[in-house]
Design a protein around this ligand. Structure first.
Ligand code: MG
Ligand code: MG
Length: 256
């Protein structure tokens, strides 16, 4: 699949989907508290999508044959869960963190964003993880300028995360977005020789979404085929925005 370059009108369409995503993420953030289940958060998101005439790009998603379709409209990943956690009966308790990854489709255009929310008060190490991951996303987005390349994003994220004593996940990363949830290019959040390194050009729209672990970078997939956890059991955080490259400053289409 070739990288798409979107017109200003198309970017405004993606922004409308992005705004629905952010309105609903704000509602979910406010609903996070000790005692709530991840399934209840999913039900809130599903209802809010319906009320806005939007649909889910997560529910029913199936990356390959033999993998059960994703059953929720949110991915809810708690503590050592990194990404793709399935919402259900899990009850949040004080001191947990929950990554909520959420997307919406409006008029055929896709938006995607993720936040990690503390459940009540969290310990200092966990707060550091949240701060580092959010700042890593900010730094990654800041270099989304014409003339830079994809790996400039990867490098900005990785260098900062590692300088703070954390590690960045390799197996999962950002992606082009627009007519589909996952388009080219692939956006790694680490640098390795031989990775494709396309030039950033105005009209490119993609998600930057570092997943940061307190311990090592290694991941493990649970037998449910979806939930990804840290191999060493340490906590992980995830923040994501949908971003358009312009002639000038990066344009966050999932800004609040
Ligand atoms: Mg996402
Ligand atoms: Mg994404």
């Amino acid at each position: 699949m070739a990288i798409a370059y979107r017109s200003k009108t198309e970017i405004e369409s993606i922004r409308r989907a992005g705004q629905v995503v952010m309105e609903i993420l704000a509602i979910l953030r406010a609903a996070v508290r000790p005692g709530v289940t991840t399934g209840e958060l999913d039900a809130i998101a599903a209802r809010e999508l319906r009320e806005r005439g939007a649909t889910s790009n997560f529910k029913g998603y199936r990356p390959a044959k033999g993998i059960p379709p994703f059953p929720g409209v949110i991915c809810s990943s708690v503590n050592d869960e990194i990404v793709h956690g399935i919402p259900g009966k899990r009850v949040l308790v004080e001191g947990d963190i929950i990554a909520i990854d959420f997307g919406a489709v409006v008029d055929g255009w896709h938006g995607d964003s993720a936040i990690t929310v503390p459940v009540g008060a969290v310990d200092a190490e966990t707060q550091h993880l949240l701060d580092v991951t959010q700042e890593a996303l900010r730094r990654g987005i800041a270099v989304c300028r014409p003339g830079n390349r994809i790996l400039d994003i990867s490098r900005a994220v990785q260098e900062y995360v590692e300088s703070e004593g954390c590690s960045v996940v390799r197996q999962y990363g950002g992606h082009g977005i627009g007519r589909a949830l996952h388009e080219d290019p692939w956006i790694p959040h680490y640098v390795e020789r031989g990775q494709p390194n396309p030039l950033l050009r105005p009209g490119m729209v993609f998600c930057v979404e570092p997943m940061v672990n307190l311990g090592g970078a290694a991941t493990r997939e649970l037998p449910d085929h979806w939930t990804v956890v840290t191999a060493d059991g340490t906590r992980s955080a995830h923040f994501e925005h949908t971003v358009a490259v312009t002639q000038g400053d990066p344009d966050i289409l999932t800004a609040t």
